[in-house]
Structure formats: structure tokens, C-alpha cells
Design a protein around this ligand. Structure first.
Ligand code: GTR
Length: 331
């Protein structure tokens, strides 16, 4: 490299490091940037705390050169919109449920299928194993990257007036679902009418009778939202274990140096343990609250619900059979 060219790249480097002194150049080399990260839960929720771990770790490991500002509580919009923003490069990092992402990355439908996971152990073996990683890689085909999965437990029905004790009780009920075809198909298989709606609108829809019920995991029902104030029956059918995912915009990813990509990917990987530990605590806290608030917690015969889901598999097997078999084969 000639002298002039060498000075040129040094000048670019120096311009990029901003206020950080030259003594830190080795660790802090590269452009200074602030990334935006979104979550639809409040700041203290396990998923948002996962993002906070990523933000703190990345800031530390880049000596403050990369800052990640978190926008909790759907401040930047409902999930479907934030996924679009992530694709377009208008949002850098986005923690969402996999369900709305199925509309953008079709292979992810398999993670949302009812009872696709035998139990929690199977769920994490799949997610952290080869199939889970292959599905994260699918996201890269759609202008986003999947950085990590987070725990979201199992989703179950909660209703305002009519308790759900068996699949037959769902007949004709209006049940809110996330904006995802696969979730609508699941509700339809049970004879209920799915009402796709943003998470942020569910409370008033329950209150005004626009819907008869919804479905979610305990922390979303009792800690992130106040849906428990309106819905008085919680039926533990656990029909789906659709995970959470941390997405990054491909545009942002491509702007990062290889080193910075590694720092972010590594922080995201580590954040999974933080999130999963908090998730366990929050699930217990949520169930205590649900019981303490006098909500009737109903144990159902899960097998009956599982049998009713056959039509969903008839619909998704032709296109996703290979993925389904790969998931089922994980022991
Ligand atoms: C929660 C999930 C949210 C959102 C919500 C919903 O379990 O953590 O991101 O997807 O469900 O039902 O809309």
C-alpha cells in the first residue's frame, strides 16, 4: 500500500470513531452508530430485557461506538408493521413473535403449527439445533436476519364469559389471533371464528365484546397486559409454542463490518440465556397473579384439542412436510 492510500484509510477511520480517543482505536475502530430496536412488551419484560442485554453488551464490547436504543411497548408500531419496517431498513433490530413473521417467511409456519412440539425440551432442542438454525437461515432470503429465538412458552385460550373446557366450547366464539394465516387456520379447526388484530387492541376488544376471547402465554396475559382484568377463564390447552425471534434488517447487517457483525451476533446468542431465565420467573409470577386475581384456571384434556387440529396438518403438510418431519424427528 502506498503512503497516500494508507493515510487516506486512516483518515476515514479517524473520522468514524468520533469522540473516542486514538488510544482506543484498535478496539473501537469502525463507524459510530446508533441502532433502533423495537419490542411490543414493556421494558421489564423478558424479551425486552433480552434486547437490553444485547444493547449493553454491544455498547461495552465496541467501547461505546455502537449504541442500541430500545423502543418498548410497541412505540414504533404493531408487530406486522415493525416487521415491514425491518425489511425496508427503517428499523434495525426487532423482537417479535414468529407468528406475524410467517406472513413474510413462509417456512416459519412450521414453528407455529399446533402441538408441533412435544414439550418444552423438544421445543428447545429443535430451536437450538440444526432445524431451528436452518429456519433462522430462511429469514435471510427475505431481507432480514434471524439473530436468535427467545422463549414464549405455550399459548392457551382465555375467555370473558364462556369457559373453554373442551374443543366443543369454542364453537362459534370470536377469538382474537395474531396477524398470521396459520393462527387463523388453528382457530378455525376448532370451530371458532378467528379475528386477526394487533396485540395493542385486544384489551378494548375483550371489554367491548368485539371478541369473546384471545390466546396467549401467562406473562402476556397477566404481566405485559391487563387482559386478566376482563378475561376470567384461562384454559391451559397449550395449542401452540410459537417462539419469539430477534430480527435484524439486512440493510443494517450489510452496513456493519465483519467484526461488528460478530459482536452483535454473539451478544444476541448470549442474550438467549438471560431471556430464558427471566421467562421462567415471569411465567411463575404470572400464574400466581392469575390465580390470585381469581381467574379460573382450567385443566383441559389436551389430547382432545390435539385431535381437532388434524385439518391444520392436512393444509400445511403438502407444502411443509419435510420441515414438519425434521422437527418431529428431533428426539
Ligand atoms: C406475545 C408476544 C408478542 C405478541 C403477542 C400477540 O406472546 O410476545 O410479541 O406477538 O403475543 O399475541 O400479539
Amino acid at each position: 500500500m502506498g503512503w497516500a492510500a494508507g493515510m487516506g484509510s486512516l483518515a476515514i477511520l479517524l473520522a468514524g470513531v468520533g469522540p473516542i480517543g486514538a488510544t482506543h482505536l484498535a478496539a473501537a475502530a469502525g463507524p459510530t452508530m446508533t441502532l433502533r430496536a423495537a419490542d411490543d412488551h414493556p421494558m421489564d419484560y423478558p424479551t425486552t430485557q433480552g434486547l437490553k442485554y444485547i444493547a449493553d453488551t454491544v455498547e461495552k464490547r465496541t467501547n461505546g461506538r455502537i449504541t442500541i436504543k430500545i423502543y418498548p411497548s410497541a412505540q414504533l408500531g404493531a408487530e406486522k408493521k415493525t416487521v415491514e419496517m425491518t425489511q425496508m431498513g427503517a428499523l434495525d433490530i426487532n423482537r417479535v413473535s414468529v407468528a406475524p413473521v410467517t406472513e413474510f417467511v413462509p417456512a416459519l409456519n412450521v414453528l407455529s403449527l399446533p402441538y408441533i412440539f412435544r414439550d418444552e425440551d423438544h421445543y428447545w432442542k429443535v430451536l437450538s439445533g440444526e432445524v431451528g438454525q436452518a429456519l433462522l437461515a430462511e429469514i435471510s432470503k427475505f431481507r432480514m436476519r434471524g439473530l436468535a429465538y427467545y422463549d414464549s412458552g405455550a399459548r392457551s385460550f382465555y375467555t370473558v364469559r364462556k369457559p373453554i373446557r373442551s374443543p366443543a366450547d369454542l364453537k362459534g366464539l370470536k377469538i382474537r389471533v395474531q396477524k398470521a394465516r396459520v393462527m387463523m387456520d388453528t382457530i378455525e379447526a376448532l370451530g371458532a371464528s378467528p379475528v386477526p388484530m394487533a396485540f395493542e387492541e385486544v384489551y378494548s376488544a375483550l371489554q367491548t365484546g368485539v371478541i369473546d376471547g384471545a390466546e396467549n402465554n401467562p406473562p402476556s396475559l397477566a404481566i405485559s397486559t391487563s387482559h386478566w382484568e376482563v378475561a376470567k377463564f384461562y384454559s391451559l390447552d397449550g395449542h401452540t409454542r410459537v417462539p419469539e425471534v430477534v430480527l435484524m434488517s439486512e440493510g443494517t447487517w450489510n452496513k456493519l463490518s465483519k467484526e461488528d457483525q460478530k459482536v452483535i451476533q454473539q451478544a444476541a446468542r448470549e442474550s438467549v440465556d438471560v431471556q430464558r431465565r427471566l421467562w421462567k420467573e415471569y411465567t411463575e409470577k404470572a400464574m400466581q397473579k392469575i390465580r390470585g386475581k381469581g381467574i379460573e384456571v382450567i385443566r383441559v384434556n389436551v389430547l382432545d384439542f390435539q385431535k381437532a387440529m388434524k385439518p391444520v396438518y392436512d393444509t400445511y403438510r403438502p407444502q411443509y412436510g419435510q420441515w414438519i418431519d425434521r422437527i418431529l424427528a428431533v428426539k
